[in-house]
Design a protein around this ligand. Structure first.
Ligand code: DOR
Ligand code: ZN
Ligand code: ZN
Length: 433
């Protein structure tokens, strides 16, 4: 089949390493079909789906069932995460066997109430995962810190949307990033910091990279493009964990992306229904909003504005995610090959994001009415168009495949053994005393 792409740019399909497609368990919010359709419309050809579905992805059997669902419904390729927590330390090999792209560790509260591991359990879990080479992605927020803040706000009768921002000051994340980095350094585990939301988290991230920790980070468009002023406009719709912070964080986050401190763009696509997003009690509003199909136009708008180049964007959206998760060069490249993943984009097309136009089942987001420049016109997954001329291509449901089968993680870093720990302790004079 010949195809006229004149006037369009061909980019590697984006890899969104952080989406919640809600299947199984919350399919009224999204399922693998609607979520991957949204991805296709966003120029996204690979997604990594989070494990806070029902049941939680915490054992091989649940994971295999989720694989069956995804394989039957997905329009684009995907990887599946499994939970790393106190209860799954003993299930690491069973989960890897059943096929995961990586582990997800919830240090803080999340949708679906997954218990957060203690620091001790995290250390043990990191020790077990490190030799496998699998990367551990962290929701880096510390429960005890934010819970005390939130209680104080609740006690004082504060229930406006901005109270949500106040309940999670950046220290909630900074402390968690630093702690995760120390545990990774100590165990040799590879880690990835999800949804970096504040300038303050950049210091522990930079420090850890300088110390040689295998640590990567992502941020999301909402942390760089929205600020405290958007709370009045969006009310509960903007509620997300971690929260959209003060606009003063935007410039440092952009700078960190451009200088490579932050490695990639992800979306934390977290669909909920309009009812769930507009409850009068702000504390009862479900956190998160859809993002997988708006990331590319939002980010390309900044290319059009001259903030960075299209090559920078491709590095953050495709090349780096592919490299970090061992999918490169099978994914994240432009190569004229039969199994290519491409986004055909019109870089000059000015249009307006509309919630009503979203493919996601969740048609409510903070982006409604936002002008953008840059439109994914067609999307190809492994040589096959799944979205053409802003329409889904028939019979592409089920075309998506799990990418764990092509994952090539580098050799594991050496693990600190009890012997090396003993040597470290012995080398410290105060330990000998
Ligand atoms: O806002 C959020 N929504 N943060 C999370 O950590 C989870 C996510 C969800 O699953 O809805
Ligand atoms: Zn999270
Ligand atoms: Zn998330």
């Amino acid at each position: 089949e010949t195809f006229d792409a004149s006037g369009l740019h061909i980019l590697p399909g984006a890899i969104d390493v952080h989406v919640h497609f809600r299947d199984p368990g919350y399919t009224h919010k999204e399922d693998f079909e609607s979520g991957t359709a949204a991805a296709a419309f966003g120029g996204v050809t690979t997604v990594f789906d989070m494990p806070n579905t029902i049941p939680t992805v915490a054992d091989g059997e649940t994971l295999r069932a989720k694989h069956a669902i995804a394989a039957s419904k997905a329009h684009v390729d995907y990887g599946l995460y499994a939970v790393l927590g106190e209860d799954t330390i003993g299930k690491v090999s069973e989960l890897i066997e059943a096929g995961i792209i990586g582990f997800k560790c919830y240090m803080g509260n999340t949708f679906g109430r997954i218990p957060s591991p203690s620091t001790g359990a995290m250390l043990e879990a990191f020790e077990v995962v490190a030799p496998t080479g699998k990367r551990i992605s962290l929701h880096a927020e510390t429960n005890s810190v934010m819970e005390r803040r939130q209680q104080r706000l609740t006690d004082s009768g504060r229930a406006d949307p901005l109270a949500h921002l106040a309940s999670r000051p950046a220290v909630v994340a900074v402390e968690a990033v630093a702690r995760a980095a120390i545990l990774a350094e100590w165990t040799g585990a590879r880690i990835h910091i999800l949804h970096i939301s504040s300038a303050a988290e950049l210091r522990p991230l930079r420090d850890a990279k300088a110390r040689g920790v295998d640590i990567t980070g992502e941020t999301c468009p909402h942390y760089m493009m929205l600020g405290e002023a958007d709370y009045a406009r969006c009310r509960g719709v903007i509620r997300v964990n971690p929260p959209v912070r003060e606009s003063a964080n935007d410039a440092p986050l952009w700078a960190a992306l451009i200088d490579g401190t932050i490695d990639m763009i992800a979306t934390d696509h977290a669909p909920h229904t309009p009812e769930e997003k507009t409850r009068a009690d702000i504390w009862a509003v479900d956190c998160g909003f859809p993002g997988v199909e708006t990331q590319m136009p939002l980010m390309l708008t900044e290319v059009a504005a001259g903030r960075y180049s299209i090559c920078d964007y491709v590095r953050w959206s495709a090349v780096n995610p592919a490299k970090v998760w061992g999918l490169y060069p099978r994914k994240g490249v432009i190569q004229p090959r039969a199994d290519a993943d491409f986004a055909f984009v019109d870089l000059d097309h000015a249009w307006t994001l509309r919630d009503a136009d979203l493919q996601s089942r969740s048609k409510i987001s903070p982006w409604d009415g936002r002008p953008v420049v840059g439109l994914p016109r067609h999307t190809m997954v492994r040589g096959r168009f799944v979205m053409k001329n802003r329409a889904l291509v028939a019979d592409t449901k089920g075309h998506g495949r799990s990418v764990h089968v092509i994952q090539q993680m580098p050799e594991p870093r050496p693990l600190h053994t009890d012997e090396t720990l003993a040597a470290v302790i012995a080398a410290r004079p105060e330990a000998a005393a």
